[in-house]
Design a protein around this ligand. Structure first.
Ligand code: ZN
Ligand code: ZN
Length: 183
C-alpha cells in the first residue's frame, strides 16, 4: 500500500505527499496484476516511469546490494514467485541470460537438500552451483524458497540447541505472575 498524506505549503495550500519507497517501507508497493509484480514510488530513479514508479525487484536489488541495475539488465526471480522481492529470490541477469533461464533446453534433475524431492531446473539457472559441486565445494540445492528458508531455520535451531546444551543451567525458570485486576 502506498501512503499519501496532505500537508500545507507556506501559503497554507494543501499539497499531497507520497511516501518515497525504501527497504524500511518495503510493503509500500502496488501490485500490478497484469505483470504479477510490485511497483514502488521512487521518482527520480533511473528506471522510474513518468509517474515516478519503478519495479520493486529493481529498487530492492539495488538497495540490498548497492549494485545499479542499468537498462541492459533484468532482475530474475529465482524461485519463480514474481511477487516476492526478498534478497535471496532476486538475481541480476543480462537480457539474453534472462531469456535463457526462461527457455530451458538443457535440463538437469536435482534433489532438494531439505525436502529430498526431485525437481527439474535448466542447467543455466543452477550453473554456478553445479560448477561449485564439480570443484568439490559444499553446495546445497533447494526446490523452493520455502525449503531454503526452512533449512536455514532448522540449522539455526540445531546450533542454538547444541549451544544451550553446553551451558550449565544456573537458576531455574522463573515464573512471572501477573496480578489481574478484578473489575
Ligand atoms: Zn526471470
Ligand atoms: Zn524442497
Amino acid at each position: 500500500m502506498i501512503h499519501d498524506w496532505m500537508k500545507r505549503d507556506s501559503k497554507g495550500r494543501f499539497i499531497r505527499f507520497r511516501q518515497i519507497w525504501s527497504l524500511e517501507t518495503f510493503d509500500d508497493a502496488i501490485f500490478k496484476k497484469g505483470i504479477g509484480r510490485y511497483v514502488v514510488y521512487l521518482p527520480g530513479h533511473h528506471r522510474a516511469n513518468g509517474g515516478g514508479y519503478v519495479l520493486r525487484a529493481i529498487a530492492a536489488y539495488e538497495a540490498y546490494t548497492g549494485d545499479i541495475v542499468t537498462k541492459e539488465f533484468e532482475i530474475h526471480h529465482k524461485y519463480e514467485n514474481k511477487g516476492n522481492d526478498t534478497r535471496e529470490n532476486l538475481e541480476k541477469l543480462t537480457k539474453s541470460q534472462h531469456r535463457k533461464v526462461h527457455q530451458p533446453k538443457d535440463l538437469v534433475e536435482l534433489i532438494c537438500d531439505y525436502c529430498h524431492q526431485k525437481y527439474i531446473r535448466s542447467r543455466f539457472r543452477v550453473r554456478d552451483r553445479l560448477k561449485m559441486m564439480e570443484e568439490g565445494l559444499p553446495v546445497k540445492f533447494f526446490c523452493s524458497q520455502k525449503c531454503y528458508q526452512d533449512c536455514g531455520r532448522s540449522e539455526d535451531t540445531k546450533r542454538k540447541m547444541s549451544e544451550s546444551g553446553k551451558r550449565s543451567h544456573a537458576g531455574g525458570k522463573r515464573k512471572v505472575m501477573q496480578k489481574r485486576k478484578v473489575i
